[in-house]
Structure formats: C-alpha cells, structure tokens
Design a protein around this ligand. Structure first.
Ligand SMILES: NC(=O)c1ccc[n+]([C@@H]2O[C@H](COP(=O)([O-])OP(=O)(O)OC[C@H]3O[C@@H](n4cnc5c(N)ncnc54)[C@H](O)[C@@H]3O)[C@@H](O)[C@H]2O)c1
Length: 324
C-alpha cells in the first residue's frame, strides 16, 4: 500500500510512520514543511531508522512538489496544519492558510487526480465549541451541535465539513477523526499545545507550569498507538468508515483533570513544581470526554492503553530526547 502522510514528521505523523512501517509492503511518503519547532529531530529519527521512508520538505498546498506521489497513493493521512488555538488568535491569516486553504488544495487535487484513494483528516473535539450548555460529566457523541470558537475552531471545523461533503458530493473516500487530547512519544509539548507532554517535560526539568482556569478541566487522554490503530482499522474497513466523522478519545476510563495529572506526576517524580494560574482561555471546554460508541460499533475500535501506562512510555521517551 502506498501511504502519503502530511505533517508526517510531527507527533502523530511520526508515530503513523512507525506503525505503518511495520508492514514491509507499505511504501510511505511524508510531506512536511518543517514549520513546527523541534520536529526536525523526528525527521532525523525517521531518516536514521526508516531510510525507506521518503521525506519531502514542502507545504501541503504546493501540490506540484509531490503530485506524482499523491496521484499514486492508496491512502493519504492528512495531519499537517497549525495546531494551537492561541496561535490562531494571534495570527488568523496564517491559521486559515495552513488549515483551510492548503487542506482544500489537497482535497480538491485528490478529487481531480486520484479520487479512489482513501483520505483521513485529523479534526478535533474543538469543533463542538466550549460546550457550556452541556451537563458536565456527559461524554460527547457525533450528534453534538457543531460550534466553532476561535480561528482554529473555524479552520478545523470548516475543513472537517469539506472532507465529509466531498464523500457526499463527489464520492471520495474521506474519513474524519474528531480527536481528543492525544499524547505519547515524539510529542513536542508546549504551553500552547500538547499539554500532557508539556507537563511531563516541566516536571523532568523542574520548571513551572502555568494553568489557564482552575485546573479542574477534564479531558479524556488517548495514547498515540491507539489512535494510529484506529487509522489502520479505518483503512481496512473503508466501506463502513467512508464519509463518516468519528469522535475518538481515551473515554471515561482515561478522563483526568489537569490537577489530577499534576498529582500523578508529583508522585511519579517525587517532587513538586511551581504552579501558577491565569484566566481560562477562550473556547476552552470544562469537560470533554469522547463517547467512542460509533467507532466501536462500526469499526470495532476501543482505547486499549491505560493512561498511567501510556504516560510511562511518554516519560521514558522524554528522558532520552528532551530539549531544554
Ligand atoms: N495532538 C493532539 O492532541 C491533537 C488533537 C486533535 C487534533 N489534532 C490534529 O492532528 C494533526 C496533527 O497533530 P500533531 O499533534 O501531530 O501536531 P504537530 O504540530 O506535531 O504536527 C503537525 C506537522 O505539520 C507540519 N505542518 C504544519 N503546517 C504545514 C503545512 N502547511 N504544510 C506541511 N506541513 C505542515 C508541522 O511542521 C508538523 O510537523 C493536526 O492537524 C492537529 O490539529 C491533534
């Protein structure tokens, strides 16, 4: 199978490369513009350990740089994009260009050049807005009303809907994943995005953490390998998955508040670090836990990795790869 992974040296992309490389029959091409700080380390790791993976340094929107690969692909996993709400508010134009415009160029080019390919889009739980009207502690399914807050919410949400509509109108094999918080090795967590990896890094370096809000926000945390297995299942069962959007997260068993994660880390590292508090960020959900019923029913997927087990793997990786 020929697989094209956009954003392929990012966190999810690198892990997708690792898992899909296990099948020697897979030929993988990565497209990435190397814009995220620190991802060149993932690129080096892939070059050293998986020399057969072809890495093309290019923006997703510059199709001519990889048109041959796109046209021949059986599967495209579209992960490239601007990933932080905060950055989208500071620079909405940049967010629009990277998340909507370049995604559209990719999707429409596929329609014209390779409409039989499967294409997976990594959307987000942020398409459901801040969910203030919701009773807390109620897992969210795909029937929840869409409510895009922030330029990031708008750009991810618009692209999410474009992908679904291209299945409806043009018969493309698109699948959308509305992902909760994903964590694991190869994640370069920063204050603006990837909070679990950011917290573990701060503990390792004995540096402080800034919390936006009271820290009681709850998220269901999904270990990266479980997500990539869902991508694999989707490809294998495309007739069932085509044109669908799936909420996907660690579920109620892996739901933790920020403060609970800090407590776990205090015990694990046997030290405390300074915590400060700031006003809650716009659009932030007080509670988001994904109801994974649809993906369980249609594809037989469920999260397998317990959060504490996955956290150990993330910390092990950071021990050897941390950049100060
Ligand atoms: N990590 C999560 O918890 C999470 C949750 C929900 C949704 N997502 C979505 O999943 C996708 C992947 O997330 P991630 O955590 O791996 O992020 P990441 O930042 O680690 O990876 C994204 C990669 O895309 C590249 N990139 C950015 N803009 C590009 C462009 N225009 N052209 C080519 N390459 C570009 C970056 O250099 C980076 O390597 C993103 O679209 C994100 O919105 C992630």
């Amino acid at each position: 199978m020929r697989i094209l992974i956009t954003g392929g040296i990012g966190f999810i992309g690198t892990n997708a490369c690792l898992l899909f490389s296990k099948n020697p029959g897979n030929k993988i091409t990565v497209i990435d513009n190397f814009s995220r700080t620190g991802v060149e380390k993932n690129a080096q790791y892939l070059k050293d350990n998986f020399p057969k993976i072809k890495i093309i340094k290019s923006p997703v929107g510059a199709i001519n740089n990889y048109k041959k690969e796109l046209t021949k692909s059986d599967v495209i996993i579209h992960l490239a994009g601007q990933t932080a709400v905060t950055s989208s508010i500071k620079n909405p134009h940049h967010d629009f260009k990277n998340n909507i415009f370049e995604s559209f160029i990719l999707l429409d080019s596929l329609r014209r050049n390779n409409p039989k390919a499967i294409i997976i889009y990594s959307s987000t739980n942020k398409v459901y807005g801040d969910l203030r009207h919701r009773h807390r502690f109620q897992p969210i399914d795909e029937s929840e009303r869409l409510d895009f807050i922030s330029p990031y919410g708008c750009s991810k949400g618009a692209t999410d809907l474009y992908f679904l509509d291209y299945a409806r109108i043009y018969g493309l094999k698109t699948v959308v994943f509305r992902q909760s918080c994903i964590y694991g090795p190869h994640q370069i967590g920063v204050e603006d995005q990837g909070w679990v990896a950011h917290f573990t890094k701060q503990f390792l370096l004995k540096k402080s953490i800034k919390i936006f809000g009271d820290g009681e926000q709850i998220r269901d945390l999904l270990y990266i390998e479980d997500l990539i297995k869902a991508y694999q299942l989707t490809i294998n069962k495309i007739s069932k998955a085509r044109g669908e959007a799936f909420n996907i997260g660690g579920g109620t068993k892996n739901a933790y508040s920020l403060l609970q994660v800090i407590e776990i880390l205090e015990k694990k590292f046997n030290h405390k670090i300074k915590i400060s508090y700031e006003k809650m960020r716009v659009g932030d959900q007080k509670y988001f836990v994904s109801k994974n019923e649809k993906i369980k029913k249609l594809l037989g997927w469920r999260p397998k990795t317990d959060f504490k087990e996955g956290l150990e793997k993330l910390i092990d990786w950071q021990h050897n790869n941390i950049t100060i």
